[in-house]
Design a protein around this ligand. Structure first.
Ligand code: HEM
Length: 403
């Protein structure tokens, strides 16, 4: 028996773990149970390999803040959540799965576009887009699918504007994103979707060389440091992360507020709570629900366990965000809670680049929906709502609403 095997007890649970029917907003019961009884535990992945599962707030921050844990998915033993994820990592990795200094070099090319000041200046434009979408959704109708008519188009329009991607192509990139984020997509499907997206964005970069605009892709072209494939790779990360995440947070937030009428009433009565409520919704819902992967490059003690060099770790930000040590009564949604210590955007050097933008979009989406649709309600029984347990980003596939 090797030292690593002595350190690691037998695997207790399988990830991605299933949620309990009837509790669609809570982390999977097996993860919650692990967080209570054995906060650093072993888990089995879809391919039969093992990794560590880290479930407590302080341990998740310890791993994500420690440079001895790598995000480089090329390292042997990296814990992939899907076969498709493993398939595409060899080709065109994004800086999300790189370590410093290369990660920092590439990320720095984008930081100016996502700083709070820059994004706050976009508020009037985002508000106008939100109002236009609600106008279009409600004209001559009393019901709609919130996902297709509001939650998905809003961040898609915004990220298209920022990147300089034509919004007319949204059906194309939304469909490819869906394939990339579906846990059960085959490696061939994932490779096909990734290649099509990269070809599309590389073509766009070539066009911008001739006809520049003031979008991010044009600016990356003008820097002259990246070739078209590298620009396309960065564009793909932003395009996918930029619309799927906020879209799902918007729809799921609407649903959880409708399911918690006293919280909804409080938010309607005190719109000044919206900013804080968005943080609470990010905490409570934690849509990056299957864990944030890392691999140890040295032996590191986390909690009462030694994680050996070469062992994979999944940081369960969903259970960390329910940790009672940090969020008393964390399984309750409380729109007036101070939830700012949540780790829904991750932690450490890879902490979400788009978080200022996500915040502005979510604050505007929630405030506008509540203000413009005072009679907002579900159009189907709750039991009929299709949850995205099958996707890397949690949410709902559709949300039939009426007003
Ligand atoms: C990274 C969550 C919105 C772009 C991350 C990470 C999380 C996350 C957990 C860290 C992953 C890791 O450490 O491995 C979210 C959530 C969002 C959101 C919950 C919305 C509710 C956005 C938006 C954009 C974006 C709107 C872009 C426009 C990125 C990028 C990274 C990232 C580029 C990689 C950062 C790096 O590796 O340095 N996000 N995100 N995200 N996110 Fe977001």
């Amino acid at each position: 028996m090797t030292t690593a095997e002595r350190t690691a007890p037998p695997d207790a649970l399988t990830v991605p773990a299933s949620r309990a029917p009837g509790c669609p907003f809570d982390p999977a019961p097996a993860v919650t149970e692990a967080a209570r009884s054995e906060p650093v535990t072993r888990a089995t992945l879809w391919d039969g390999s093992s990794c560590w599962l880290v479930t407590r707030h302080q341990d998740v921050r310890a791993v994500l803040g420690d440079p001895r844990f790598s995000a480089d998915a090329h390292r042997t033993g990296f814990p992939f959540l899907t076969a498709g994820g493993r398939e595409i990592i060899g080709t065109n990795p994004t800086f999300l799965r790189m370590d410093d200094p290369e990660h920092a070099r590439l990320r720095r090319m984008l930081t100016a576009d996502f700083i709070v000041k820059k994004v706050e200046a976009m508020r009037p434009e985002v508000q106008r887009l939100a109002d236009d979408l609600i106008d279009r959704m409600t004209t001559g109708r009393t019901s709609a699918d919130l996902v297709t008519d509001f939650a998905l188009p809003l961040p898609s329009l915004v990220i298209c504007l920022l990147l300089g991607v034509p919004y007319e192509d949204h059906a194309f990139f939304q469909e490819r994103s869906r394939v990339l984020l579906t846990l059960r997509s085959t490696p061939e499907e994932v490779r096909g979707a990734q290649d099509e997206l990269l070809e599309y964005l590389a073509r766009l970069a070539r066009t911008k060389r001739e006809q520049p605009d003031d979008g991010i892709i044009s600016r990356l072209v003008a820097r002259g440091e990246l070739d078209d494939t590298q620009i396309a790779t960065m564009g793909r990360l932003l395009l996918v992360a930029g619309h799927e995440t906020t879209a799902n947070m918007t729809a799921l937030s609407t649903l959880v507020l409708l399911r918690n009428p006293e919280q909804l009433a409080r938010l309607r009565a005190e719109p000044a709570l919206v900013k804080g409520a968005v943080e609470e919704l990010l905490r409570y819902l934690t849509i990056v629900h299957n864990g944030v992967p890392r691999i140890a490059t040295e032996d590191v003690v986390i909690g009462d366990r030694t994680i050996r060099a070469g062992e994979g770790v999944l940081c369960m930000i969903s259970s960390a965000n329910r940790d009672a040590e940090v969020f008393p009564d964390g399984d309750a949604l409380d729109v007036a809670r101070d939830a700012r210590r949540h780790v829904a955007f991750g932690f450490g050097v890879h902490q979400c680049l788009g978080q200022p933008l996500a915040r502005v979009e979510l604050q505007i989406a929630v405030e506008t929906l509540l203000r413009r649709l005072p009679d907002l309600r579900l159009a189907v029984p709750h039991e009929e709502i299709p949850f995205r347990g099958d996707m890397a980003i949690y949410g709902v596939h559709s949300l039939p609403i009426a007003w």
